[in-house]
Structures are given as C-alpha cells and as structure tokens.
Write a protein that binds this ligand. Structure first.
Ligand SMILES: Nc1ncnc2c1ncn2[C@@H]1O[C@H](COP(=O)(O)OP(=O)(O)O)[C@@H](O)[C@H]1O
Ligand SMILES: CC(=O)N[C@@H](CCC(=O)OP(=O)(O)O)C(=O)O
Length: 289
C-alpha cells in the first residue's frame, strides 16, 4: 500500500494515517460534545423535496446522542393548494396574508400533510418522531400584530415543556408553525420565526436553517459566509435580502440573543447537516452578532 505524506501547520511531515487518526479523533470529541445538546433544525418548504437525506442525518445525530428538534415550513405546498382551490396568494415582507379560508388551507397542509409525512418518513429511516403543532400544550402563544396580514401571529411566549417532555422520552419532536391566539384561536406563524423562538426557549446549541439557496448572497450573487447584524440590516434596507429571506434573517438576529450559533445552509446539498456540524469549513452563511 502506498503511504503519502502531507505537512502539518508547523511544516512537519505527517502521513495520511496520522491525518485520518487526527480527523477521527476530532470527530469523536465533537460527537461527545454534541451528546445531550439541542440542535434546532428548520426545514424550509423550498427544500422539502430533499427531506429524506436530511431526515437520515437527523436520525443519525439522534442515535449519536444529540437532541435534534425539527421545525418545518411548507410555503410552496400551501401556495400549490391555494392555486388549486383558486384562492389568491399574497405576501407582505415574506409573510403570507392569511384570511379565514387561507388559514384553513395552511392548517391542513402544515399539520395534516407535511408534519405527518415527516414523522412517517423518520420512522421509515429508523427514527422515532412525534409530530406537534405550536398549538399543542399551549407551546406557542401569539397575537395578531398587523391587521393587514390577517390571521398571522407574532409570538409572545414559548412554553418549551411539551418539546422537553418529548426529548426526555427519546423522541425527535417535529413541529408545525401554528400558534394559539386570543380565545384559543389558531394563528399562522412564519416557520423561520417559530424556529428562532423555539431555539431560544430551549437554549439550543445551534439553530440551522435549511433552505434552497447556498446561503445569503450579496449584490453580486456570491455567497456571504459570515454576516454581522449590522451588515444584515443594511442588506435588507438595500433590498439585496428580500422576500422569504427577510423573516429568515430577522429570525436569525432574534435568536442570537440566546443561541450561540445560527446558520443558513443549502438543504439541497447532500449531508449538509453533517458537513456543517463535523467539518471545519462549515457550510452556507453563519450569522454573528
Ligand atoms: N440575499 C439573498 N440571498 C439568498 N436568497 C435570497 C436573498 N434574498 C432573497 N432570497 C430568496 O429567499 C429564498 C429563501 O426563502 P424562502 O423561499 O422563504 O425559503 P424557505 O422555504 O426555505 O423558508 C431564496 O430561494 C431566495 O429566492
Ligand atoms: C405567516 C407565514 O408566512 N406563514 C408561513 C408558514 C409556512 C412557512 O413559513 O413555510 P416556509 O418555511 O416554507 O417559508 C406560510 O403561510 O407560508
């Protein structure tokens, strides 16, 4: 067998075997570090075609002792059903204008279709998930903050107890972004904002948004690998961050108060979660304070 040699940081010659041993030992210590840590992973509706690969990584992480908590969106699927039912779709700053009819469709798609599918697919991959919506156990409480948006909630309170109970029982919680409003009504919540609030309430180790872009891109379309709060706000003002990326970035900025590491990565990329967690180069955009 041929043995090849490389140089380490100090210029010493080391063999491939040394490198492999070093990489493995770093990976093992990181696996030990992740044991018992909560990782909130937001699955954007735009990347749900790739749900199986992501769920496979989630099941592995769970088997390794981490506590993944999934929050999912489903915007494109809601749009598709609204079109079929000839109900018009409108967004303001990335948030869906939600009248009574639209809310019915949002509830059916998020809770009945997507949440169920993710739970069953996790089972197929050898994991054990419990599907919840933010209305279960009064987990997410919200109020209508902008009348123009209709039944869209702004989150007031998160009770993490139902999620913690599921984690303690060994389940992977999978959460649909609905909340309880005044008079036990149901409100539509943007999934990015739901994920950020949930991550904060759980004191998560990391919050990772999986979407259908490489990360946040600048004016020239290239990936920005690290973005500060001030830079993010400037890009929103300039319109370079727009549409569905606005609530995502706002959610990241909100979460930074409680969650040390917040990332936006490409959910279409194979094993992006493992790459983000276990390689030095990471993936996508990391948002920093
Ligand atoms: N500066 C930007 N960098 C990357 N994506 C952006 C930017 N501004 C707007 N976007 C849009 O944001 C979208 C992601 O948001 P969204 O469609 O809500 O995804 P998800 O369903 O994953 O939450 C991207 O597909 C892209 O079209
Ligand atoms: C208020 C609001 O906009 N709610 C979102 C909830 C789903 C979501 O956020 O899905 P994505 O993560 O795929 O965007 C909606 O109705 O589309």
């Amino acid at each position: 067998m041929a043995i090849t040699y490389s140089l380490d940081a100090e210029g010493n010659i080391i063999s491939d075997q040394h490198l492999i041993a070093q990489v493995l030992s770093e990976a093992i210590s990181y696996i030990n570090f992740l044991k018992g840590k909560i990782l909130v992973i937001k699955l954007g509706g735009s990347m749900l075609e790739h749900q199986q690969e992501v769920l496979q990584d989630v099941v592995w992480l769970h088997q390794l002792g981490a506590h993944p908590v999934l929050v999912h969106g489903g915007g494109p699927y809601i749009n598709e059903w609204l079109t079929r039912l000839q109900i018009p779709t409108r967004f303001i700053n990335g948030l869906r204008v939600t009248d009574e009819q639209t809310l019915e469709v949002v509830r059916m798609v998020l809770s009945g279709q997507i949440n169920q599918r993710l739970v069953l697919m996790t089972a197929q991959l050898g994991g054990n998930a419990v599907g919840l919506t933010g209305t279960d156990g009064g987990m997410l409480r919200a109020h209508i903050a902008d009348e123009r948006l209709g039944y869209v909630g702004e989150i007031d309170e998160v009770d993490p107890a139902p999620i913690q109970a599921m984690i303690e029982q060994g389940f992977i919680p999978i959460i649909a972004p609905l909340a309880q409003g005044a008079g036990a009504s149901c409100l539509n919540i943007n999934a990015d904002l739901a994920a950020a609030h949930i991550a904060g309430a759980l004191n998560a180790e990391k919050l990772i948004f999986l979407s259908n872009v490489v990360g946040i891109c600048g004016a020239d379309g290239t990936l920005i690998s690290e973005l500060s709060e001030a830079e993010a706000r400037k890009l929103i003002e300039e319109g370079i961050i727009s549409g569905g990326m606005i609530p995502k970035v706002s959610a990241c900025l909100d979460a930074l108060a409680a969650v040390p590491r917040v990332h936006i990565v490409d959910g279409r990329e194979q094993h992006v979660l493992l790459r983000e967690l276990f390689t030095n180069q990471g993936a996508g955009t990391m948002i920093i304070r």
